[in-house]
Design a protein around this ligand. Structure first.
Ligand SMILES: *[C@@H]1O[C@H](CO)[C@@H](O)[C@H](O)[C@H]1NC(C)=O
Ligand SMILES: *[C@@H]1O[C@H](CO)[C@@H](O)[C@H](O)[C@H]1NC(C)=O
Ligand SMILES: *[C@@H]1O[C@H](CO)[C@@H](O)[C@H](O)[C@H]1NC(C)=O
Length: 485
């Protein structure tokens, strides 16, 4: 009898614990949902406070292609692990492709490589097309940037050659300045999910590895005739993207110089009433990147890039070397410090050009925008609405990766901590992350240059059911720019 009583007592006690645990778990979940809902509302409210002027004109260069998107596991099936995953700057053989892909997969880092071997490229393309899940869309950074600007309501001039078929996929509002061609170049986006396994490796985040064998875009033939059309169009902003197709391209003698000169001539002829933004990209060609820093950056008032490209650019400026991969989940303080460092290194590097006054860094977890408020030495372009831009780019990051305009908080999570520090250095401030007011902005004076800047940081509702990652940077960067001019 006594034994029965004790066990009954224990059993009911255990039940009670279970009920309490379930209830607490449920209320935790409710709290998380509530927090996500508040953040979403806050971002949407900030985004809708501003509308894009229908008279806004933006020109974008250069290039377009057809992107073939396929899950990477469908291309690399039943393969042995490469002995040593490592980077190759140019891909000639299947082993080099596999080693390089595995290297970036294991770090969850975005990368883009030229496949010099056309046979190899055709083989992989065939393999991709035999997958049940491949699809193709309009690609090329310039074309994607142009698409997003037009979808946001701007009038767009796109410097690119394109087939009639591909032109059909452009939204209304984009005018193509370049010639029509018979066949578009293919770029292949090998996508993978966060936590996906490949051989013995596991991807720390969702990302993509891009390969191409493009022989048209790296020569910037689409620039021909662009100048004249630009003169009539008179845009407020010119956005340069897609330059990294030059990376490790096997130019013949003199071809690199002539391609680069074509590009620089366009930039130099743009009147000062038009601001210039440069969207970075994945560069591993040391000499080319140095050239971009020396010749293109001094003509760009605004820069956009992801965390990998930021680390790479700083590494080149500081140590004169290339950084192949960096942390794919960087802290806010680290990214802000790197952004300050980049700004300071480039400060005064444009004596006759256009002083830098805006940097947008897009990461998986958050968006950060630096805007110059006061520069004691130069008169700078005045970018508007940084807060709304950060909100819009954060929302666009989710919309793009989840592939839907409407945001479902059941498919979202916040990776950012409850608070962040503004720097890892001295005078750090801790900024609490307030779900009611999700975009945090503050002004500060940069040491050394005495330039006053505004920083805005917006959390991304990270998509948990990823549909696509490639093209994300272009979508996000364009969304961030469209409210600032
Ligand atoms: C190019 O790729 C093909 C197919 O993988 C291969 O058979 C050939 O050896 C490669 N050529 C070179 C020069 O590496
Ligand atoms: C670049 O150079 C610095 C300083 O010498 C070094 O610490 C860093 O590891 C180098 N990075 C790469 C990728 O070689
Ligand atoms: C950008 O995001 C939209 C969703 O808002 C999506 O439909 C589109 O595929 C994305 N990519 C581009 C290049 O516009």
């Amino acid at each position: 009898m006594a034994v029965g009583k004790v066990s009954w007592f224990l059993l009911s006690g255990a039940c009670l614990v279970l009920v309490v645990a379930l209830w607490m778990n449920r209320s935790d979940e409710n709290q998380t949902q509530h927090r996500l809902q508040l953040i979403l509302q806050g971002l949407l409210k900030t985004e809708t406070e501003l509308q894009v002027e229908p008279s806004l004109k933006i020109a974008v260069g250069f290039g377009a292609c057809l992107d073939v998107i396929v899950p990477s596991r469908h291309v690399f099936r039943n393969l042995k692990a490469p002995e040593r995953p490592r980077n190759h700057d140019v891909l000639n053989t299947h082993d080099e492709l596999l080693e390089t892909f595995t290297y970036y997969f294991k770090h969850g880092a975005a990368a883009e490589r030229f496949v010099a071997n056309a046979t190899l490229f055709r083989e992989v393309l065939q393999q991709a097309k035999s997958s049940s899940e491949w699809r193709s869309t309009l690609g090329g950074n310039a074309a994607l940037l142009a698409t997003r600007f037009a979808l946001e309501g701007a009038q767009v001039l796109l410097g690119s050659h394109m087939s009639a078929d591909l032109k059909e996929s452009l939204p209304e509002g984009v005018t193509v300045a370049g010639p029509e061609i018979d066949e578009d170049d293919y770029h292949m986006l090998l996508e993978y999910a966060a936590g996906e396994k490949f051989i013995q490796y596991k991807a720390p985040r969702a990302n993509r590895f891009i390969i191409h064998n493009d022989h048209v875009n790296p020569r910037f033939r689409s620039i021909e005739g662009f100048d004249d059309k630009m003169k009539n169009f008179q845009p407020s902003l010119f956005v340069l993207g897609g330059v990294h197709v030059m990376d490790n391209f096997p130019y013949r003698e003199g071809q690199l110089d002539s391609s680069m000169n074509r590009l620089l001539t366009v930039l130099q002829e743009i009147p000062t009433s038009t601001a210039i933004h440069f969207e970075m990209g994945s560069f591993v060609d040391h000499d080319l990147l140095k050239r971009i820093v020396r010749q293109v950056l001094p003509l760009s008032q605004s820069l956009g890039m992801n965390e990998q490209e930021l680390a790479n650019l700083n590494s080149l400026l500081k140590y004169d070397n290339i950084s192949y991969v960096s942390d794919s989940y960087p802290r806010v303080a680290t990214v802000l410090d790197q952004t300050r460092e980049l700004f300071q290194s480039l400060y005064d590097s444009a004596p006759n050009g256009r002083p830098l006054s805006r940097i947008h860094i897009h990461t998986l977890a958050f968006q950060a925008i630096l805007r110059v408020v006061r520069d004691p030495k130069h008169s700078v372009f005045e970018w508007m609405n940084t807060r709304a831009s950060a909100a819009k780019s954060a929302l666009t990051a989710h919309r793009h990766t989840c592939g839907s305009h409407d945001i479902d908080i059941n498919r979202a999570k916040i990776i950012m901590d409850d608070s962040f520090t503004t720097t890892n250095g001295p005078n750090r401030q801790r900024i609490p992350f307030d779900p009611d007011e999700p975009v945090r902005c503050w002004n500060e004076v940069l040491q050394g240059t005495k330039v006053e800047v505004e920083f805005c940081v917006a959390p991304v509702l990270v998509c948990t059911k990823v549909l696509q990652t490639g093209g994300g940077g272009d979508n996000v960067s364009a969304a961030g720019l469209v409210l600032q001019v």
